[in-house]
Write a protein that binds this ligand. Structure first.
Ligand SMILES: [Zn+2]
Length: 109
């Protein structure tokens, strides 16, 4: 009768190490992908804001007054043929009535 060892064999240890390493690698990759996605959305939002701020300046130059609402500039189909921009992260754009600049209410935008 042979006595069965309760210790792990080398093969079992290697399998455990490989699985653990794969899980850690997957967590790192998924974490980086989601972070890059969020950074991309923030950059796209900032580009939208910069474009709309430029149109606010054009509006002021043409009309001599600041737009009172965002729709004053986004309803111009020559500038926004597809309608107003939308924040890729789901934020809502508004005009600051003091600075006459667009801001997004999404966190970090
Ligand atoms: Zn945004």
């Amino acid at each position: 009768m042979t006595k069965k060892s309760k210790a792990y064999t080398l093969i079992e240890l290697i399998v455990i190490v490989v699985i653990t390493a794969a899980v850690i690698l997957a967590v790192i990759v998924i974490s980086r992908m989601s972070r890059n996605s969020a950074a991309g959305k923030t950059m796209a939002c900032q580009a939208n804001v910069a474009t709309m701020n430029t149109h606010i300046e054009v509006y002021y130059a043409e009309k001599g007054s600041w737009p009172s609402a965002l729709t004053d500039i986004t309803n111009d189909t020559n500038c926004f043929p597809k309608g107003s921009f939308a924040c890729p992260a789901g934020g809502i754009y508004s005009i600051n009535s003091t600075t006459h600049r667009i801001f997004c209410n999404a966190p970090g935008h």
